[in-house]
Write a protein that binds this ligand. Structure first.
Ligand code: ABT
Ligand code: MG
Length: 148
C-alpha cells in the first residue's frame, strides 16, 4: 500500500492545528502508521529541502523549518501521495482552494502549514530521512470484534 511523508510545519504546531490536520486525514480514510513531534536539526532540514539549495529562499526555508517543533507523520492508503497533496492545497496559500488545509488556514507561502511528499520517489526518500523502520507500525483495523 502506498505511503507518504507529511508534517505539520512549525507554524501549524504553534497555531494548534495538529489535531485538525490529522483529523482530516483520518476522516478521509487514510491510516496513520507513524508519527512524532520533533525539532528538526539543521543538517536534516538542508537534506530534506536539498532540491531548493540554489533558490533564493533556501536560507529562510531552513531557518523556518528548524524554528520550532514539527509533527512528522507517515500516512498509508490508496493514492495517498496525490490525494494528500490535493487536501493540502496549492503551495501558495493565495492559490489554494477553500476547503484545503492551506486554503483554509494559510496566508504566507514561506509559512504554509503542512508538507507532503510530491511523488513516490520523494515519499520513499523523506520517510527514510525522518523515520526508522521500527517507528512505522503495520496494523489492520478491520475484523476487530470489539469495535461496534
Ligand atoms: P513543501 O511541502 O514545503 O515542500 O511545499 P511544496 O511542495 O508545496 O512547495 P515547494 B515548491 O516544494 O516549496 C518548498 C518550500 O519553499 C517555500 N517557498 C516556495 C518559498 O518560500 N518561496 C517560493 O517562492 C516558493 C516557490 C514554500 C515551501 N515551504 N514552506 N514553508
Ligand atoms: Mg515540496
Amino acid at each position: 500500500m502506498e505511503k507518504t511523508f507529511m508534517m505539520v510545519k512549525p507554524d501549524g504546531v504553534q497555531r494548534n492545528l495538529i489535531g485538525d490536520i490529522t483529523s482530516r486525514f483520518e476522516k478521509k480514510g487514510f491510516q496513520l502508521v507513524g508519527a512524532k513531534l520533533m525539532q528538526i536539526p539543521t543538517s536534516l532540514a538542508e537534506e530534506h529541502y536539498g532540491e531548493h539549495k540554489e533558490k533564493p529562499f533556501f536560507g529562510e526555508l531552513v531557518e523556518f523549518i528548524t524554528s520550532g517543533p514539527v509533527f512528522a507523520m507517515v500516512w498509508e492508503g490508496e493514492d495517498v501521495i496525490a490525494t494528500a497533496r490535493n487536501m493540502m492545497g496549492a503551495t501558495k496559500p493565495a492559490e489554494a482552494a477553500p476547503g484545503t488545509i492551506r486554503g483554509d488556514y494559510g496566508v504566507i507561502v514561506g509559512k504554509n502549514i503542512i508538507h507532503g511528499s510530491d511523488s513516490p520517489e520523494s515519499a520513499e526518500r523523506e520517510i527514510g530521512l525522518f523515520f526508522n523502520s521500527e517507528e512505522l507500525v503495520d496494523y489492520q483495523k478491520n475484523d476487530l470484534n470489539w469495535i461496534y
